[in-house]
Design a protein. Structure first.
Length: 275
């Protein structure tokens, strides 16, 4: 199935509509053929999953590295910018989630997701900076179970609701399973057009093409591919945000750095065991 947001004057909701090919073709050749922006070549391994990400808010806070370093496995190196560690709380929703050569699974092809993350490098391989997830909350229990078993990612099942209004996104998430208490209630919106150039910090927190997972003291890298992010300036109100607190971090009182991205198609490759 293909999914979209249906809009009314008051609110919007996620519904399904009949399937049609994604951009270019079901294999997205237009995305795979665009690689000049990548900091390293595409993996030789085949891609295994494709997703479409919608209405992302990048909310980032700067923390002293010594506050974040103990929360990252010692097998990874903390990546910093301007001498600070950066922690992101990223709400969005996804659609078109499917494995290669397989149709979408109805209960796991479209759902909201919310992640809390920082930035790392693998020892002895610093040329591939990536993302480290403290937690990922999702509304699909099947997606949660699959990502935990298949990739070792810290996914949690959550009760989630996304409303897309003409001028703003209303996002709600409350974790259903232990550890409970992870909750986000936020409203966000764009405040300008897509920026023609990214700042150094924007490139640092968004233009990353892999993530790292540590399982039994063994580092695994999962590479991804997508076109460059199209970022817009944004503003947000956080009514409740305990996502980082539950992960052992206290976010500073300063307002976060905010960016918005409307849409991105993403390929995900098979995990690689490092050393």
């Amino acid at each position: 199935m293909r999914y979209k947001l249906t809009r009314s004057r008051k609110r919007s909701s996620l519904v399904d509509i009949p399937d049609r090919p994604m951009t270019g073709s079901p294999d997205f050749p237009s995305v795979l053929s665009s690689t000049a922006h990548r900091p390293w070549p595409l993996p030789e391994l085949p891609w295994v999953m494709v997703q479409r990400w919608h209405d992302l808010l990048f909310a980032h806070w700067a923390l002293p590295p010594e506050k974040v370093r103990p929360l990252v496995p010692p097998d990874l190196e903390l990546d910093t910018f301007d001498g600070k560690a950066w922690v992101g709380v990223i709400p969005f929703w996804m659609s078109g989630v499917r494995f290669r050569a397989l149709p979408p699974v109805p209960t796991a092809s479209m759902f909201p997701e919310l992640n809390v993350r920082t930035y790392v490098r693998a020892p002895r391989q610093p040329d591939k900076p990536g993302v480290y997830f403290f937690s990922l909350d999702a509304a699909s229990v099947l997606a949660v179970l699959g990502a935990r078993a298949g990739a070792g990612l810290p996914y949690f099942w959550a009760k989630m609701d996304v409303q897309t209004l003409p001028d703003q996104i209303r996002y709600r998430s409350e974790r259903r399973q232990r550890p409970r208490g992870a909750e986000l209630r936020a409203t966000y919106r764009t405040t300008g057009p897509v920026a023609q150039r990214k700042t150094d910090l924007e490139r640092f927190v968004t233009e990353r093409y892999c993530l790292y997972v540590v399982r039994s003291r063994i580092v695994h890298r999962i590479q991804i591919h997508h076109l460059p992010w199209s970022l817009q300036p944004a503003e947000a109100e956080f009514e409740v945000n305990t996502m980082a607190t539950l992960n052992g971090m206290e976010l500073p009182a300063e307002k976060p750095i905010l960016q918005f991205a409307k849409f991105l198609e993403v390929y995900i490759f098979a995990p690689e065991r490092l050393g």
